[in-house]
Design a protein around this ligand. Sequence first.
Ligand code: F0G
Length: 482
Amino acid sequence: MSKVKFYSGENVPLEMHKVRIVQKLDLVPIDRRLQAIKDAGNNTFLLRNRDIFLDMLTDSGVNAMSDQQLAAMMVADDSYAGSESYTRLEEKITEIFGTEYFLPVHQGRAAESIISKVYVTPGSYVPMNYHFTTSKAHVVVNGGMVEEYITEEGLKFNSDNPFKGNMDTVALENLIKKVGAAKIAFVRMETGTNLIGGQPHSLANLRDVSNICKKHGIKFVFDASLLADNLHFIKTREEAYKNKSIREITREISDLCDIIYFSARKLGCVRGGGICCRTKDDYMKMRELVTLYEGFLTYGGMSIREIEALTVGLDETMDENMINQGPQFIEFMVNELHNSGVPVITPAGGLGAHLNAGAFLSHIPQTQYPAGALAAALYLVGGIRGMERGSISEQRDNEGKETYANMELLRLAAPRRVFTMSQLKFVVDRVQWLYANRELIGGLKFVEEPKMLRFFFGKLEGTSDWHTKLVAKFKADFGDSL
Ligand code: F0G
């Protein structure tokens, strides 16, 4: 919890920043929300912002920027080539990560595309702690095979394991024994493991994985998109690091990796991305693809202003007070929900609170998409937009059969420095009401189902008229409150 103690003894996460620019929000009446979710085909991606009160879809590209970042944008040195802004960023990357070569890209998946194009060959393996949608897609598109070696604890909904994002190193060694190091394109470790609930890995585990890679001469690639959260967890949960500074921990992490890439929509609170290379050889292999697909080497598809803001944002990420805020807010939500009996992933991770929709709506079979139904219901009762991370986010196999997700989750993201405590309390309150009335929520079925990326564009309807019943109960309980 917050480093500041309250006289009352209460554990309240305390914001170490003040709000100086605000955006007005509206909570539109529930009848309007009912219409909006129907128009969106029960898909929260298809809602209009004007109908949303609290947007907890993602932390990507929507973190609040600081006054220092905005000020830096005003001194951006715009030029196609040779920009001073780029040089400042390059120097900051070297200062923080200790890597010498840097390639900017327009966002995280562009880094994944370039790394996969260069290192993945048809029939090669890419072992990882867990996949992210875009990281897996780029490996597969280039003919590679993803092997996931998350430890058993990682897939448990509730656990007291502080590092559910750790990689199973025995499984990794076994793969190397079985197929040989030459068949492994690279090992990928994702920090703050997104799809299992923003769960961290320990530095000890990262070191073990790195040593295995070194022993066998395999390249070690680190996805640092969610590094800010993971740094907080190493500092607060890993005994050996409690007295180390965030900068020292970051450096210790980066010294273990060959290539570090990130989505700067998350890390650094801007919009962009980058690839940090330790060797000139890696840099030379990838740089042509940056100029081919992204832009010249000194901007890589990013606006120069965002590059200036990223230099400042990375520096701010080295501040404990900055990176603590997200995880502490998430921990607050998770604890409040867990203590009141709402099924939620524990321990709290980074990125957001993750409701266990399968248990929340245990009366809805996976064939009727419980996580999607919960996302629609929460929007309806609170104007809160979460993201379905369950079977709708999966894709049918080649024969057209459903592949059901390991976990049916509703993610409520907490973008950094954006929400206030009272807004979080509102979210907790509405989720608790929904849990008390969960029997009223029904399933969903597709009415429009695109073949690719159906979670972005697909439309669904209720398997019964449950939306109307939920609205009636809401009105009975809340009267004319929004
Ligand atoms: N790696 C991780 C761990 C991510 O969470 C993301 C994006 C990416 C790579 C791709 O980065 O979006 O800049 O191209 N995650 C977003 C999310 C989309 O909502 O969780 P990108």
